[in-house]
Write a protein that binds this ligand. Sequence first.
Ligand code: DOR
Ligand code: ZN
Length: 354
Amino acid sequence: MGNNMASSTISIQRPDDWHVHFRDGEMLTTVVPFTATRFARAIVMPNLDPPITTIRSAKAYRERILMALPKNSNFIPLMTCYLTDDADIDEIIEGYRTGVFSAVKFYPAGATTNSSYGVTELKNVFSAFERMQEVGMPLLVHGEVTDPEVDVFDREVVYIERVLKLIIDAFPELKIVMEHITTKDAVDFIRARSLEAPGRIGATITAHHLMINRTDIFRGGIRPHLYCLPIAKREGHRLALREAATSGQSPFFLGTDTAPHAKTIKESSCGCAGIFSAPTALEMYAQVFDEENALDKLEAFASINGPIFYGLDVNQSEIKLHRTARFCPETIETSNGEELHVFGGGKTLVWKVL
Ligand code: DOR
Ligand code: ZN
């Protein structure tokens, strides 16, 4: 990073977003440009309904994303395959071999939005893990158990104990990303395991989990737009996530988990999980790194650790971020008139992407 740390403009290699939800249709058309103008590439989640499980559907979805790009954009969507109990493993491996799939996403059935097609029992997908391990195809896990007996705030920690350790022990060479980690336990676990086997295990961290804790969800009343899964945890966990992200250490990289839902669906008697952060997340990450006096580590977290984990080149172009107040509207409207609440919207942002 070629910056004078005292200056209020920094320049870093163009970042990538290793976890996004673009949805489809009008929503996709509206949200894609926010990601594409900031990031060079993004790992695109496959949890459409029905989910992306074939090479054909992934290619068609990628085309729809490309159609939504601003003119002259070089943005590259990296597609993922949704893992099901009866996954066609030959199709998955063929998709990886031919560059259509970059990874497999593993949702435990019932864990979150559109996860009903997900995996019901771990043993159903062991043969898939075996083949993925052979070819080096990354497994991206939604790290929460679905056992209704387990408290919603404990689901990540229990997942590490009951599921993740098991997968790692059974498939020591499998590349795994624990997506959107929310606890100190996950930070400690990922750090320890990646020391034992560098480059095999990583974790994405969202901007919102660096900014909010579980109390914020109830500040002055219930805040449906701060509800996501895994749900934000206690303050101590948020601080541990900030320490991990701003350490610049290789297993931790940027994944916004931007997850748009119409405002009307979020603000209901049973509001769904997901925070739409594409318009503000990069700015928020910069703010967090700035607050932690770690702007010199932003590039590692946002632009370097991810590509190295995935075995891809670091982006050649640069982007500039400037510390200057900018008001962000609370909502944006989709092309068919639905409102989307923006994370951090309705307030002044500290950083701006130039
Ligand atoms: O909050 C979430 N929203 N967590 C997820 O895992 C899925 C996502 C979505 O698709 O809305
Ligand atoms: Zn997600």
